[in-house]
Ligand binder design. Structure first.
Ligand SMILES: Cc1cc2nc3c(=O)[nH]c(=O)nc-3n(C[C@H](O)[C@H](O)[C@H](O)COP(=O)(O)O)c2cc1C
Length: 411
């Protein structure tokens, strides 16, 4: 089964105050999961429901999941709540409305404040993140489209809903975005954008070198590190092209995704796109050798009798070397190297042979580092190798952000 990964691992959410509006759409039940996930990532989440949202999912559900009071009534008789519509938005680092009904979009676009949630939207000084969800006919209606345009002109973010089947069975655009997209938008709104306008190529995962129609040579790379980097680049504002080898994990949603199998296909894909990039991050574990000859039919044991089967391997193209020799001086190139011994010594040799701006090296025998783990511990060699920075053990999501912040300072 393909594992769905919430790339970014909640980076930037810890201790943030998130005001979470829920309106009366069928997707209100999904909001319960989305809200809980933000809380699990360390955010304080305050739910505010419209009267109609409470007909779909009870305030108690949201209150229990957030471990906070769920707000509903603008005219709460409790004196301490009288100015909640002004005070609560003041504290919010981020204000999301998920799902956002057509009705709520219409009211917010026109400054109507006839319940607690829409009053809070009007009182909020920042940009509100709306996640519309509705029947495709309602979404396409020019009235709704005009309201969305108005909201964007007012500086709010209205996330395009997904396309597919909606609750009533109709097909089209109107589904609430998947959690991964939702999380990206929320995290993104909380992070600075040092990579805005930059084009970044990330390679990730292993390659597969075929022996015959059923067998191949590959390696243990899961693609996790590269996917986290692609995600971090996207969150920091870059336009990301991701070239991935075969992975079990589903990749993050990026501007351009190219899937390849072999080292040769990876090389051709990289060669094609890398000249247009500002930054190239090579995390893919590309095979160094590939079978010289690929059998068209399955290799049978009987063909070899008692003999051992010898497979002759030929060298593949060294992609990092190719890039380091054909780069422009304006491009920032980052290579990765995984070692099992003499980490820095081997990394220095690699850097001398393949001059890149940053070489991120890790000893895969160290606890918590290397393939298929959620954490990593790396050292970074810069430029000529004279400067080395050792980073502590951290999540790959955190590391991705750390690396990309360093890359942005080289641009
Ligand atoms: C079963 C049912 C499902 C609905 N689903 C949606 C929906 O997904 N999106 C939407 O915009 N409106 C939907 N509506 C209509 C809204 O509930 C209605 O416009 C309501 O006034 C919204 O109130 P609110 O924006 O104050 O929460 C639905 C109505 C019903 C009865």
């Amino acid at each position: 089964m393909v594992e769905r990964a919430p790339w970014g691992n909640g980076i930037g959410l810890s201790n943030k105050n998130i005001l979470f509006g829920i309106t009366g759409g069928i997707a209100a039940f999904k909001a319960a999961f989305y809200l809980r996930s933000l809380k699990n990532f360390g955010a304080k989440v305050v739910p505010v429901l419209t009267e109609n949202a409470a007909k779909f999912v009870t305030p108690m559900t949201f209150s229990a999941l957030a471990n906070e009071k769920a707000w509903l009534d603008a005219f709460d008789s409790d004196p301490s709540s009288l100015f909640a519509h002004i005070e609560i938005p003041k504290d919010a680092d981020c204000f999301v409305v998920c799902p956002a009904t057509a009705n709520c979009l219409a009211k917010a676009a026109n400054g109507i404040a006839d319940d607690l949630l829409t009053t809070m939207i009007l009182a909020y000084k920042g940009s509100v993140l709306f996640f519309p969800s509705m029947n495709p006919a309602m979404y396409q209606n020019p009235a709704t489209q005009n309201n969305i345009e108005k909201l964007r002109k007012l500086g709010h973010v209205v996330v395009e809903p997904a396309t597919g089947q909606v609750a009533c069975g109709d097909q089209g655009q109107g589904r609430l975005v998947e959690f991964e997209e939702f999380l990206h938008e929320v995290q993104s709104s909380l992070l600075p954008k040092p990579l805005l306008g930059k084009k970044i190529l990330v390679t990730a995962g292993p390659t597969r070198e075929p022996i015959d129609p059923v067998r191949f040579l590959s390696n243990k790379s899961s693609g996790k590190m590269g996917f986290e980097i692609a995600w971090a680049c996207k969150m920091l504002g870059a336009e990301v092209t991701l070239i991935k080898g075969p992975t079990q994990l589903s990749p993050p949603n990026v501007h351009t995704l190219l899937s390849v199998e072999t080292a040769d296909e990876m090389f051709e894909a990289v060669k094609e796109v890398f000249p247009q990039m500002d930054v190239v991050i090579m995390t893919a574990a590309v095979a160094d050798y590939t079978p010289e000859r690929v059998s068209k039919t399955k290799i049978k044991k009987k063909d070899y009798g008692e003999e051992n089967l010898n497979i002759s391997l030929k060298k593949t193209q060294d992609i990092l070397k190719y890039i380091s020799r054909n780069r422009s001086s304006k491009q920032v190139i980052v290579g990765f190297c995984a070692e099992t011994e003499n980490l820095i010594e081997n990394a220095r040799k690699k850097l001398a042979n393949k001059p890149v701006d940053m070489l991120v090296c890790n000893d895969i025998t160290e606890k918590g580092a290397g393939f298929d783990k959620n954490t990593n511990k790396v050292s970074i060699l810069y430029g000529d190798g004279s400067k080395i920075e050792e980073l502590p053990l951290m999540s790959k999501a955190n590391l991705a952000l750390e690396l990309m912040n360093r890359v942005s300072s080289l641009l």
